[in-house]
Design a protein around this ligand. Structure first.
Ligand code: FAD
Length: 357
């Protein structure tokens, strides 16, 4: 008896894996997704801020406008399908440390690329609980995705037939001419979406993904307005009720899955620098962002094994980038539509010839 063949196996249930699975579902293709919930996952720890601007250097993230617009439309469509709210269009208030920053803000806000997002005015109606009094700037058309709700709802909807909560065992994968076979399950394709754990993957571990640890706090701050994303040294983003996400640190060297005292000290210092309300730290957590040496995502097909694909390198803005990239990867694998050179795995083809293992 011939067993049924699935269209795609997916490894990893972060923003990459889930957005790709939804892309398959929308196109009526069957998938089976493997996820090890016991390991650290970047997506479950992200703030979910969807923001194309870079507020340190006052510029726009690579392709920020296209990614943001696509992502908002995509999540809004899911909201209708799932009957829940995933995206919250909260403004970002960028608090200045001193008056000298005003000019920089006003000039940047009038540049063509930032004009759609930055209001050039300096605001003085300092929200309750903020102690900086040098004014603030407003970023609009940005917001927050409830990533935990997004991932949990996906799991709820698909767990019965399409998700396996188990570690994917690479040694059990057989690559055939027309696809792959994993523990008796045949599929046309496999897409690896492992985030920073890509380095356990025997076929793709040669790629120059780095991984950058981010530490953050979950803090109860009664009295702080939960409809604003605050930006001083770090971000303070609303999570639920009086609880806020405060972070994050950025460390490409430390790969340990534990929070550090140094990280906590930095976060507390920046928090106290911005707010004057009493607070209570509920949790101190970490996530590892899948960053790439050239700061671009990595998508595409293994140079030798044409049924093996990768969707990784979402870096610091996976919430915003994953929906459009998932569409582009789908179009490449299923319709042969070329990926742009900036994201295509081909740019690292030489790594496969001289692997640094
Ligand atoms: C502290 C922090 C704050 C952030 N804030 C934001 C933000 O505000 N906005 C934003 O857009 N982005 C943010 N990001 C970035 C965002 O989280 C990442 O870009 C995104 O989550 C990466 O998603 P991913 O699916 O590639 O990886 P992950 O979320 O790490 O998912 C990969 C999954 O694959 C699983 N896996 C790997 N190997 C196997 C295997 N062999 N078997 C089974 N499962 C496996 C892993 O366990 C993991 O769960 C933040 C990141 C961090 C760390």
């Amino acid at each position: 008896m011939q067993t049924k063949k699935i269209h795609t196996l997916i490894v990893g249930m972060g923003l990459a894996g889930v957005n790709y699975a939804l892309q398959l579902h929308r196109n009526k293709r069957e998938f089976l997704l493997f996820q090890n919930k016991k390991k650290v996952n970047a997506s479950q720890n992200a703030a979910g801020i969807l923001n194309p601007t870079i507020l340190k250097r006052y510029t726009i993230a690579w392709q920020g406008t296209s990614f943001l617009q696509f992502a908002i439309d995509w999540y809004k469509k899911l909201e209708l399908d799932w009957n829940i709210q995933l995206y919250f269009p909260f403004p970002i208030f960028r608090f200045f440390a001193n008056d000298a920053e005003h000019n920089h803000w006003s000039v940047s806000a009038q540049s063509d690329i930032l004009k759609p997002y930055l209001n050039a005015d300096i605001f003085w109606d300092i929200p309750k609980g903020i102690q900086r009094n040098s004014g603030y700037g407003r970023v609009h058309k940005v917001g927050k995705l409830d990533i935990q709700l997004f991932l949990n709802t996906f799991e709820e909807k698909f767990s019965k037939a399409s998700i396996r909560n188990e570690e994917f065992d690479y040694s059990a994968l057989n690559i055939t001419e027309n696809g792959v076979v994993y523990n008796g399950i045949s599929a046309d394709h496999i897409v690896f979406c492992e985030g920073h754990r890509f380095n356990e993957n025997p076929w793709f571990k040669v790629l120059p993904l780095i991984g950058s640890k981010g530490e953050y706090l979950e803090v109860k701050i009664p009295g702080l307005n939960p409809q604003i994303i605050y930006k001083g040294g770090h971000f303070i983003a609303p999570l639920y009720e009086d609880v806020f996400w405060v972070g994050a640190t950025f460390n490409p060297k430390d790969k340990k899955n534990e929070p550090t005292k140094k990280g906590k000290d930095e976060l507390v210092k920046k928090l106290e620098n911005l707010i004057k309300l009493p607070y209570q730290i509920l949790n101190h957590k970490i996530g590892i962002r899948p960053t790439v040496i050239d700061r671009r995502p990595i998508l595409g097909t293994h140079p030798e094994f044409k049924r093996l694909h990768i969707f990784n390198g979402l870096g610091t803005r996976g919430g915003m980038m994953a929906p459009l990239l998932a569409t582009q990867l789908y179009d490449w694998i299923n319709k042969g539509k070329e990926l742009s050179k900036e994201i295509d795995i081909h740019r690292f083809e030489s790594y496969f010839c001289n692997p640094i293992v």
